[in-house]
Design a protein around this ligand. Structure first.
Ligand SMILES: [Zn+2]
Length: 434
């Protein structure tokens, strides 16, 4: 592996024992700080009868309280701060929720650390200062765009803060400034691929694009493949969470197989979402994260609601920070239909693997407890023969039953008939009368 694939080789390849010593020291420091300054944690510690000095090993982590999304809302706007407001530098809020948002404060050190981890992540995929970065994430309160923006600047890239949407302008910018890598949501990636196709832009011939960082929504390997083909790029999967810096906390290396999570900054656990107990090594469960370096708003054992698992085998790239598997859903997104637990991702996986159907779909829950999966046909997916359509329809219904254990209605629609999303896609409509 060439040396220039590391941003900070020493820390990225630190041996596990040294990494764990660093984690323990940072955990102890974090616990001391929240116990001294955050009333929410003072109260939790009192309830549990735990004192900062009780944390003598990483295994003692389990004595500490969980923190939930509801706790952050209950302490809105500034109840979780561990520094004075004067020492904060930036405010972000969480995306995609109703009611009051979660307020997330960054100190100067936090802003710098977030950019540092993004720089590490980008360089890990081969990005250098010669690259041109067109950022197609939404700028604003959401962390997705700003944190990667500063990360790419740290590497020394030329950054084009394009934001999402307006595909015609995106293509113009990509052509005129020879953009080499982009950052976008999977739904916009799929949309952009269709847009290029429709407008006769052949990315490998007409663009300088080499990589796409795709995140902010869970997606499947099939979706990755479609974006790679449609945009002529390598797609790198990433994981971010606004409560823990935003993007750049876990990223794929050039192996494109699992996301290294930066364990010098975050302590991770995988738990059973029902019981809160740790799952067996390598088993899927809810990711729980403790921040180790966050200054303004440190969080202990934060329940991410994201379902993933830890890969057990070491990575060929020599990094010692463990890898997370692709996020397969959110414990919140779980649908219960006729008593069965279903993640929308399972349905997406089946649809994306099926030739003849397009990229846009909607899961409609109606009536007493009926599920209809509406999916567009591919542009060249219909040869005019009705019996072929019916065959595809029943084939898909069977495939879905094998995956989710109930058999939904399948509705095939002409291309372009479902609403198109240039941001976060809405995939489930629940109109059940129960
Ligand atoms: Zn690796």
């Amino acid at each position: 592996m060439p040396l220039n694939m590391f941003w900070d080789q020493k820390i990225e390849t630190l041996d596990r024992a040294a990494l764990e010593r660093l984690q323990l020291q940072r955990l102890q420091d974090t616990v001391q700080r929240v116990a001294a300054r955050v009333p929410f944690y003072q109260q939790k510690f009192a309830e549990l009868g735990v004192k900062p000095d009780d944390i003598r090993s990483l295994a003692n982590l389990r004595r500490l309280p969980f923190t939930t999304s509801a706790d952050l809302r209950a302490n809105y706007p500034a109840g979780m701060l561990a520094v004075s407001l004067d020492d904060t530098l930036r405010l972000h809020t969480s995306s995609g929720t109703t009611g009051k948002p979660k307020a997330l404060f960054f100190s100067r050190q936090d802003v710098d650390n977030a950019a540092e981890l993004c720089a590490r992540s980008f360089v890990m995929t081969g990005v250098t200062k010669k690259d041109v970065f067109q950022n197609m994430m939404t700028y604003g309160m959401f962390t997705g765009a700003l944190v990667t923006h500063y990360g790419a600047e740290k590497v020394g890239c030329l950054v084009i803060p394009a934001g999402p949407g307006n595909s015609e302008r995106q293509v113009m910018l990509m052509q005129d400034f020879r953009t080499t890598f982009i950052h976008l949501t999977p739904s916009y990636g799929l949309y952009l691929a269709t847009f290029l196709e429709k407008h006769g832009v052949e990315p490998r011939r007409d663009l300088a694009l080499r990589k796409a960082f795709v995140g902010a929504e869970a997606y499947t390997e099939e979706t990755r493949r479609k974006i790679e083909e449609g945009l002529g790029v390598d797609v790198y999967n990433s994981y971010g969470l606004s409560e823990m810096n935003g993007p750049g906390i876990a990223f794929e290396c050039e192996q494109k197989h699992g996301m290294h999570i930066w364990e010098d900054h975050f302590l991770i656990e995988i738990i059973d979402p029902q019981t809160g107990d740790p799952v067996a090594d390598g088993q899927p469960g809810e990711l729980v994260m403790t921040s180790l370096c966050r200054e303004a708003m440190p969080l202990l054992r934060y329940r991410t609601r994201d379902i993933t698992s830890i890969m057990l085998e070491p990575c060929a790239c020599d990094r010692t920070h463990r890898r997370l598997n692709r996020i397969t859903g959110r414990s919140d997104d779980m649908l219960i239909v006729r008593g069965v637990n279903i993640y929308p991702q399972q349905i997406e996986r089946v649809l994306m693997a099926q030739s003849g159907v397009g990229r846009n779909y909607l899961i409609a829950l109606e009536g007493l407890d009926e599920m209809t999966v509406k999916v567009e046909l591919a542009e060249a997916g219909f040869d005019g023969q009705v019996e072929h359509l019916m065959k595809l329809q029943s084939h898909l219904a069977e495939k879905l039953r094998a995956e989710i254990l109930i058999k939904p209605q399948v509705e095939l629609l002409p291309p372009g008939s479902l609403p198109v999303s240039e941001g976060k896609a809405k995939r489930v409509v629940d109109n059940r009368k129960m």
